[in-house]
Design a protein around this ligand. Structure first.
Ligand code: PLP
Ligand code: LYS
Length: 418
C-alpha cells in the first residue's frame, strides 16, 4: 500500500499532483511520500510490539536527509555501512545510540567516528576487522560494542547479486568461524560482545529462508551462552521483499510473527534492518517522454530518465512498473522505455503496453529504494532532484545538479604540463 493514487485522472502523491511537481522541478524527478514511509516503518515497529526491539532502517536503501528526518522523528534506529551514512543520520537528528554499523570493509577513520559518537553496535565481519576495532577503541579509551555477522549459508532465493547469506558470498563468517571470533572477542580488552547479526539477502519473498537462518543463529547463541558469552540482542538484518509486479512477499506482521515464533521464549532484544520494505513503495521516479521512435521491429519511448538515474533494470534486469501520470484512452503500442544513455542496457522497462504522445509524463513506481542512491553522472548527466510530499505540501530535498557544479569538481592539468 502506498499513497500514490489517481485523482481526477492524474496520478498524485498524497494530495499533490505529480504533473505539478514535474512542472515545478523538472524531470527526471524522484518523489517520496512521507505518509507511506511512516506507515511502513510503523508496520515493523507494531509487528514487534510486546517484544523488546529496535527497527534500524537500512540507510543504503534511500539516504535522503528528508527520509532520515522522517524516520528519526519516529524514533527509528539506523543500519549504516559508511561514515558518510553515519554523518547523514546525525545531520537528520538520528540517535547515534540506535545506530548499527554493517559492512565488510570498515576503515579506521570510520570506526573512530562511530566510537566517538557512541553507536549501538559494530557488526563485525572478519577476524582482522575485530582486531582493528579493538585497537582503535583502545587508542580512544573506549569500549566497542560488537556483534559478529554470521553467514548461515542459506539460499535466500533471490537475485544472485543481492543474495548475501551463502558461503560463497563475501559477507559475514560461517558459524564455526563466528564461534572462534566470539571467543577472541571475549578476551579482548576494548570490545564488548552485545549481540549476534545475520542478513541473508534482499528482496526475499518467502519466510522459510529467514526462519532457517534464525534457527542456525539461535543454536549459535545457545552455544555462546553455555560458554559464558551471553548476548543481549539478535540482529536479524533486512531483506523483506516488496511487490514490484506480481510478487507476494509476507507482510511485516507475518514476517515478525514467524520470527517471534521461531524465537520461542528467549527474550533477546530483536533488531531488524529493513530498507526496501520501508522506502521502496514510498517513492516514484518521474520521467518525460522525449521522442517516440517507431522502428520496423520495435517501438521505443525515449524518455529523459536513464540508467544513471535508476540502475535497477539495467543491473538486475529488475521489472519496475511504469505508468502514465495522466493515462490516455486507447490501446497504444508496446514500447521499450529507454533513456538517452549510450548503452544497450539503458532501459527502464521493456515491452510495456502504453498509450503515449511525446511530452507525456511517466512514473516509474517502487523507485523509493535503491533509486537515487545508486544514481551516477554517467554520460555527464546531472543527478535528478528529489522532493518529499507531506499531505498537500511538497518540499524540495535535493536540487537538480547543474553542469557548472559537475564541472567545478574537476580540474585541468597544470598549464605548464600540457
Ligand atoms: C547488512 C544489511 N542490512 C540491511 C540491508 C537492507 O536490505 P533490504 O533493503 O533488502 O531490507 C542490507 C541490504 O541487503 C544489508 O546488506
Ligand atoms: N541495490 C539492490 C539491493 C542491494 C541490497 C544491499 N545489500 C537492489 O536494488 O535491489
Amino acid at each position: 500500500m502506498d499513497h500514490f493514487n489517481l485523482e481526477d485522472g492524474v496520478l498524485h502523491a498524497e494530495g499533490v499532483s505529480l504533473e505539478a511537481l514535474a512542472a515545478e522541478h523538472g524531470t527526471p524527478l524522484y518523489v517520496y511520500s512521507r505518509a507511506t514511509l511512516e506507515r511502513h516503518w510503523r508496520a515493523f515497529d507494531e509487528a514487534l510490539a510486546g517484544h523488546p526491539h529496535l527497527v534500524c532502517y537500512a540507510v543504503k536503501a534511500n539516504a535522503s536527509l528528508a527520509v532520515l528526518d522522517v524516520l528519526a522523528r519516529l524514533g527509528s534506529g539506523f543500519d549504516i555501512v559508511s561514515v558518510g551514512e553515519l554523518e547523514r543520520v546525525l545531520r537528520a537528528g538520528g540517535d547515534p545510540g540506535r545506530v548499527v554499523f554493517s559492512g565488510v570493509g570498515k576503515q579506521p577513520h570510520e570506526m573512530r567516528r562511530a566510537l566517538e559518537v557512541g553507536i549501538r553496535c559494530f557488526n563485525v565481519e572478519s577476524a582482522p576487522e575485530l582486531q582493528r576495532l579493538n585497537a582503535e577503541a583502545a587508542a580512544l579509551g573506549r569500549i566497542a560494542p560488537v556483534s559478529v555477522r554470521v553467514n548461515p549459508d542459506v539460499d535466500a532465493r533471490t537475485h544472485p547479486y543481492i543474495s548475501t547469506g551463502l558461503k560463497e558470498n563475501k559477507f559475514g563468517v560461517d558459524v564455526d568461524t563466528a564461534l572462534a571470533l566470539y571467543r577472541q572477542a571475549a578476551g579482548l580488552s576494548h570490545v564488548r560482545v552485545t549481540g549476534l547479526d545475520c542478513h541473508i539477502g534482499s528482496q526475499l519473498t518467502q519466510l522459510e529462508p529467514f526462519t532457517a537462518a534464525l534457527e542456525r543463529i539461535l543454536a549459535l547463541a545457545h552455544t555462546l551462552e553455555t560458554e559464558g558469552i551471553p548476548l543481549q540482542h539478535l540482529d536479524l538484518g533486512g531483506g523483506l521483499g516488496i511487490r514490484y509486479r506480481d510478487e507476494n512477499p509476507p507482510s511485516p506482521r507475518d514476517y515478525a510473527r514467524a520470527l517471534l515464533q521461531a524465537l520461542g521464549d528467549s527474550r533477546y532484544e530483536i533488531l531488524m534492518e529493513p530498507g526496501r520494505a520501508i522506502a521502496g513503495n514510498a517513492g516514484v521516479l518521474l520521467t518525460r517522454v522525449n521522442y517516440l521512435k517507431h522502428g520496423g521491429h520495435k517501438d521505443f519511448a525515449i524518455v529523459d530518465g536513464a540508467m544513471n538515474d535508476l540502475l535497477r533494470p539495467a543491473l538486475y534486469q529488475a521489472w519496475m512498473e511504469i505508468v502514465p501520470v495522466r493515462p490516455r484512452a486507447g490501446a497504444g503500442r508496446v514500447y521499450d522505455v529507454v533513456g538517452p544513455v549510450c548503452e544497450t542496457g539503458d532501459f527502464l522497462g521493456k515491452d510495456r503496453a502504453l498509450a503515449l504522445e511525446p511530452g507525456d509524463l511517466l512514473a516509474v513506481r517502487s523507485a523509493g529504494a535503491y533509486g537515487y542512491v545508486m544514481s551516477s553522472n554517467y554520460n555527464t548527466r546531472p543527478r535528478a532532484a528529489e522532493v518529499m510530499v507531506d499531505g498537500d505540501r511538497a518540499h524540495r530535498v535535493t536540487r537538480r545538479e547543474t553542469l557548472e557544479e559537475l564541472m567545478a569538481r574537476e580540474s585541468l592539468l597544470p598549464a605548464d604540463e600540457r
